[in-house]
Design a binder for this molecule. Structure first.
Ligand SMILES: C[S@@+](CC[C@H](N)C(=O)[O-])C[C@H]1O[C@@H](n2cnc3c(N)ncnc32)[C@H](O)[C@@H]1O
Length: 276
């Protein structure tokens, strides 16, 4: 029997950020107090996050032109581009077709269309970078796959949010549990050589998303909703009934952009692990 081909998707949310909001980065920003809580501020803070990663990786590697890096869950390739421009031998990986298209337009380096846990190659890497992508890879596969791909004495660099053991509600649903992640790293022979808690510098991303949602998105939806109800009251009621579960889910999930809830339930961490 022929083996089933994996299905890859087109990231519609990214298309929206990219084509409507003009944002082509998919990660939180690293904020300073003076940054304005606007879309422009988001872009500046996101760039600062990438510069932070670049500076850490440069210090770690010492010799960019002989350092092979796999940018796991590379998004649109902004971080890969920065590494490429700084002479690193970088390759991108993501299971998304839209990201593949944008990545290939951005830089002439290999892109692997794959889920990390199923990625097969003979290549070996000195640094495996997971910038806000570790959370998508099942923990029992993350370290096993990294073992296959990493060079002796290579490094795993992870920048992502994690949940506390007592996290609850929608916030508890995304991100690995911090303690479980650290235990799994240790059990798999990954020694942590650096860690930084950047929660406070990253949460203004959520504050800004909330301001934006309350100021623009919700009022726009309300105006369209009112117009629609006036013109097609029956259709409006019917649709509202059919979509009631989805609407309730969206209302519940608005908590996902609540900065206080985030800080109560999650930590945004930067880690460097060395394979021993
Ligand atoms: C939040 S985005 C981060 C993108 C980019 N690293 C950045 O910092 O902007 C998460 C990325 O992980 C990718 N991803 C999701 N599941 C994955 C998997 N199983 N293996 C590898 N990448 C995955 C997504 O397609 C996306 O590129």
């Amino acid at each position: 029997m022929a083996s089933k081909k994996p299905k890859f998707k087109n990231d519609r949310a990214l298309r929206f950020y990219n084509e409507v909001l003009g944002l082509d980065r998919l990660h939180y920003g690293l904020w300073e107090d003076s940054d304005e809580r606007t879309l422009e501020g988001v872009k500046i803070a996101q760039k600062r996050y990438e510069d932070f990663l670049l500076s850490e990786i440069t210090t770690l590697s010492g010799q960019p032109d002989t350092t092979r890096i796999l940018d796991v869950g590379c998004g649109t390739g902004v971080m890969s581009e920065s590494l490429y421009k700084n002479s690193f031998l970088v390759e991108g990986l993501s299971p998304d077709l839209y990201q593949k298209e944008i990545f290939n337009q951005r830089i002439p380096v290999p892109f692997h269309l794959a889920r990390y846990q199923y990625f097969e190659t003979n290549n070996r890497y000195d640094i495996i970078l997971m910038s806000e992508s570790a959370q998508y890879i099942p923990l029992n596969k993350l370290f096993a796959k990294t073992d296959e791909l990493i060079n002796d004495k290579g490094h795993l660099v992870v920048c992502d949010y994690f949940t506390y053991d007592d996290a609850s509600g929608p916030m508890a649903k995304s991100g690995h549990k911090l303690n479980e992640f650290l235990i799994a790293a240790g059990l798999n022979g990954y020694r942590m050589i650096k860690q930084k808690d950047i929660t406070l510098q990253t949460i203004p991303t959520l504050e800004t998303a909330k301001i934006f949602t309350e100021k623009y998105i919700l009022p726009t939806l309300a105006i369209f909703g009112d117009k629609f109800r006036e013109k097609k009251p029956f259709l409006f009621k019917t649709l509202k009934w059919f979509l009631r579960k989805r609407i309730a889910k969206i209302q519940k999930e608005l908590v996902l952009i609540d900065a206080e809830e985030f800080a109560k339930n999650k930590a945004y961490m930067f880690f460097i692990f060395e394979k021993i």
